[in-house]
Write a protein that binds this ligand. Structure first.
Ligand SMILES: *[C@@H]1O[C@H](CO)[C@@H](O)[C@H](O)[C@H]1NC(C)=O
Ligand SMILES: *[C@@H]1O[C@H](CO)[C@@H](O)[C@H](O)[C@H]1NC(C)=O
Length: 526
């Protein structure tokens, strides 16, 4: 952009004003009103007025804060969100997800069968943040009037329900101050509580909504609990206890923390499976991708969300990452690309999942929260190297979208080998990494990479009625899988939007994203 000097000054001045507005908005919304008090009609109408004011302030600050936004690209992503949302609304309203080619609802089994509207709950905060207020109003109405997880039939996943439903509702509550979201979030969390009733406090994976009985996945190492699942509850449960002033939820987290702090870790590593009755590890499979990933994520983010008070979480994080670096960080023979391999028993498998790319963002966030120059620099080096490797996995395909998993061998570098690893289901982790790297480094290449990913998604994943995953990223024209995952709306499009929005929109020192990209407020020091 060729700006004249005086134009730059005006821009800078505008930005300063906006930062002040943004900060005062966030401090207002980060501790919503307390829960006490009867709900007379006067109170309700005051609530409505207050809510409208909050929403209006937020949206105008987003609109006005073009600061370092790339408005055109930001609004392009907003248009993608409208396309995904409008088609879901038209063809699949109330179902968990949309089948964009069949133009009908799709219900993923992790939420049982029933009208639990996973896409609506996942999209709620994204619609709000993007200022899509008509769409937001429809989403809000479904949540307030219809959402009821008790109607889900069969077993539902504690992890998925927590990160999408509890997390999405808590985030909507934090952003808007609306009590109804908090009540619903608590309601759903209460349905999950029976899963935590084990000798170690490590929860089981599934709860039956009808009987309240909890179980583990049959496939998970002979009925063991999964690290990434029981390790991705603390942000939501601690925040829930904070705002309800009821320690039922944070007590569950304390039990889990105690168990994993005391258990013996082989070489300092955390295997992906643990027996919730005995507290002993099951299969020794270690990964920062599937089954491990968000356990590491929540240790750091819990430290950040606590206003850096939970130093025990940071210590566990530092030790876990040091062990991963020592045992599983490799560089490719061909071009020195850094990657995290996986461990299966005593064998190292030189494969990295698309899911594992989230760790580039985690390291960037860590870098922003470290005190010492050395620790900052080290975390940022890991972040940039892994973010780059994940980019390589994208540009080495015909579609310019990365595969589900990629491998490193003497003949292969950052490419999928098995046909079962070549698909892309609209996952966010790679652009999530670039989002954090953009915020932390301001290196334009991250915006360029994100824009290239957007163009590829538009070209290969857009279908007549929404976005679809594709079966093979190495094949053009791509064959679509006919599912618009709900995390496209909660995560992928939110991170893409935020890469092109101004930094004052959801600043990283005020908000922490849960693993479904629902932002929760950082505790403010008194
Ligand atoms: C925000 O901008 C969008 C277009 O980018 C516009 O439709 C909307 O009315 C604006 N909202 C406010 C409150 O300024
Ligand atoms: C805290 O929440 C639990 C679960 O909903 C409930 O049983 C308990 O009565 C609550 N405690 C207080 C003090 O409100």
């Amino acid at each position: 952009m060729g700006l004249r000097l005086w134009e730059k000054y005006i821009l800078l001045l505008g930005l300063a004003v906006l930062v002040v507005v943004g900060v005062s908005f966030v401090s207002f919304s980060s501790e919503p009103e307390s829960l006490n008090g009867a709900s007379g009609s006067a109170k309700i109408s005051r609530d409505i007025i207050a809510r409208k004011a909050i929403i209006h302030n937020f949206v105008s600050s987003v609109n006005a804060s073009s600061g370092n936004a790339d408005v055109e690209k930001r609004d392009h992503v907003r248009g993608m969100m409208q396309f995904a949302w409008n088609n879901y609304k038209k063809y699949a309203w109330g179902a968990n997800e949309l089948k964009p080619i069949s133009m009908m609802g799709h219900s993923a089994s992790v939420f049982g069968s029933g009208r639990s509207g996973a896409t609506i709950v996942d999209a709620l905060d994204t619609l709000f943040i993007m200022g899509l207020l008509d769409e937001y109003a429809d989403a809000r109405q479904f949540v307030v009037d219809e959402l009821d997880m008790r109607t889900a039939r069969g077993d539902i996943s504690v992890f998925e329900t927590n990160i999408r439903f509890v997390g999405g509702l808590l985030s909507a509550h934090a952003l808007t101050g609306e009590e109804a979201y908090l009540t619903k979030a608590q309601d759903i969390a209460d349905l999950l509580i029976s899963a935590f009733d084990t000798p170690t406090g490590i929860p089981l994976a599934l709860v039956n909504m009808r009987t309240g009985r909890a179980n583990n996945w049959a496939w998970a190492s002979g009925g063991c609990s999964i690290l990434s699942e029981f390790g991705s509850i603390e942000l939501e449960f601690n925040y829930l206890s904070r705002v309800t002033r009821n320690d039922t939820y944070s007590k569950k987290i304390e039990r889990i923390r105690k168990t994993i702090s005391e258990v013996d870790k082989p070489d300092g590593l955390y295997p992906n499976f643990i027996n919730p009755r005995t507290g002993r590890w099951c299969q020794k499979h270690v990964s920062v991708g599937a089954l491990g990933d968000s356990f590491y994520e929540y240790l750091l983010k819990e430290y950040v969300m606590s206003g850096k008070k939970d130093v025990a979480a940071k210590k566990l994080y530092d030790e876990a990452i040091a062990a991963l670096e020592a045992k599983l960080l490799y560089k490719s023979a061909q071009n020195n690309l850094w990657y995290f391999a996986e461990m299966k028993g005593s064998r190292v498998e030189h494969k990295m999942d698309h899911l594992a790319c989230f760790i580039a963002g985690l390291f960037a966030l860590q870098s922003a929260n470290e005190e010492s120059t050395e620790a900052k620099a080290h975390a940022l080096e890991l972040a940039t190297q892994i973010g780059n490797t994940c980019h390589e996995s994208y540009i080495r395909t015909a579609t310019k979208i990365g595969p589900e998993s990629f491998r490193f061998t003497t003949d292969a570098e950052a490419v999928a080998i098995r046909s079962t690893e070549k698909y892309y289901i609209l996952r966010p982790e790679v652009v999530e990494g670039w989002f954090y790297l953009w915020r932390v480094t301001k290196d334009e290449k991250y915006r360029e990479w994100a824009w290239a990913a957007i163009e590829a998604i538009e070209k290969h994943c857009r279908s007549p009625a929404g976005y679809s995953g594709i079966r093979d990223v190495y094949q053009v024209p791509a064959e679509q899988d006919d599912v618009q995952q709900s995390f496209l709306l909660s995560e992928t499009l939110k991170y893409l939007y935020l890469i092109f929005a101004d930094d004052a929109v959801i600043p990283l020192d005020r908000w922490v994203f849960n693993t479904e990209a629902h932002p929760l407020p950082v505790v403010r020091s008194e």
